[in-house]
Design a protein around this ligand. Structure first.
Ligand SMILES: [Zn+2]
Length: 111
């Protein structure tokens, strides 16, 4: 897993946006198939993907092979690829702390 700074994360996210589903959170099939599976996070912990709890920030539109997940109690956003066919697992490719970057942006604007 690669830890990105917020800027690099945004650049990659921008490239992904075109491939993204309009309602990443609306795929009940995805939730059903992957709920309860662990994924590694940039914060150093493992989080469980829980349908309806874990934020799905982005999901690839064609074939649900990749998504960006955020645990509601964590500040990191994780880009995850689904690996394997019969016993699928969630593999974190990169992760970035989005909370501190957001706070910094607000500070810079004088908020
Ligand atoms: Zn985390």
């Amino acid at each position: 897993m690669e830890i990105l700074d917020f800027e690099e994360y945004c650049i990659r996210l921008e490239k992904l946006t075109k491939l993204g589903a309009k309602n990443p959170d609306a795929d009940w099939n995805l939730k059903l198939n992957y709920s309860g599976k662990d994924f590694k996070c940039g914060c150093g912990k493992n989080h469980k993907f829980v349908a309806g709890v874990t934020h799905i920030l982005w999901r690839r539109a064609i074939t649900s092979g990749a998504m960006i997940l955020n645990d509601p109690k964590c500040d990191y956003a994780c880009y995850i690829e689904i690996k394997g066919v019969f016993t699928s697992r969630l593999e974190t490719i990169y992760s970035a702390n989005t909370k501190s970057a957001m706070d910094e942006m607000i500070k810079e604007r004088g908020g």
